[in-house]
Design a protein around this ligand. Structure first.
Ligand SMILES: N[C@@H](CCC(=O)N[C@@H](CS)C(=O)NCC(=O)O)C(=O)O
Length: 217
């Protein structure tokens, strides 16, 4: 399979973890979002939305949107299962995923950052405040669920890895990258650390990607 990815992309990070957990080999095709490679005509034929990730399967089918890709991988490669068997637990996992995927991550993607600074003329300071505000709001909501719902264990939902962990880890990683104070989110950090002991997560991290910038190593 081919994964159109970028080292700093949270959405691509989710998919890299899933592919690793499912034991699926994939080639990374780096798509530099800062250089605007997501808008190359050839890439737009693969993903007309002009975002990563996109996954091209071995039989040439293209999948987009990280949640759709994660669910596809979980359906086609059932082991290890990334959704719990119980319907209520599944709903909780989806809810945790959505806090990141629907309500937090879209507010800080490159096209939004560019619009705030280049189109609206806001300063870098304003942008940093914007990013920090929404990162904290998302993490605070996840932390409250993890602390109060009584269903988290070693991982977000009980003691088995679920899609909620695949969404949390890149989200917390990005917050750290953006230098957000993560001390108010101890459950998020505990689960992040637990996941990072697993090669599937560790090998998918931005720093391990072929396009991670030399100067940041
Ligand atoms: N909801 C989409 C989000 C995709 C997305 O926005 N990806 C970002 C990187 S994490 C991107 O490619 N942004 C390009 C841009 O904003 O110009 C998903 O989960 O796949």
């Amino acid at each position: 399979m081919q994964l159109f990815s970028y080292w700093r992309s949270l959405a691509a990070f989710r998919v890299r973890i899933a592919l690793n957990l499912k034991g699926q080999a994939f080639d990374v095709v780096s798509t530099d979002l800062i250089k605007g490679e997501q808008f190359d005509p050839d890439y737009l034929k693969i993903n007309p939305q002009g975002v990563v990730p996109a996954l091209v399967t071995d039989d040439g089918q293209t999948l987009t949107q990280s949640m759709a890709i994660l669910e596809y991988l979980d359906e086609v490669f059932p082991e290890p299962a990334l959704m719990p068997a119980d319907a209520m637990a599944r709903a909780r996992v989806r809810a945790l995923c959505m806090i990141t995927v629907a309500d937090t991550h879209p507010l800080v993607v490159p096209r939004i950052r560019k619009y705030i600074t280049q189109d609206m003329g806001h300063s870098q300071e304003d942008l940093d405040a914007w990013i920090g505000n929404w990162q904290k709001a998302g993490l605070a909501a996840i932390e409250a669920h993890l602390a109060d719902d009584g269903t988290s264990g070693k991982y977000c939902e009980g003691d088995e890895i679920s899609l909620a962990d695949l969404c949390l880890v890149p989200q917390l990683g990005a917050a750290m990258l953006f230098k957000v104070d993560i001390s108010p989110y101890p459950n998020c950090k505990r689960i992040f650390d637990e996941c990072m002991t697993l090669p599937a997560f560790f090998d998918a991290r931005p720093q391990a990607q072929p396009d991670f910038p030399e100067e940041m190593k």
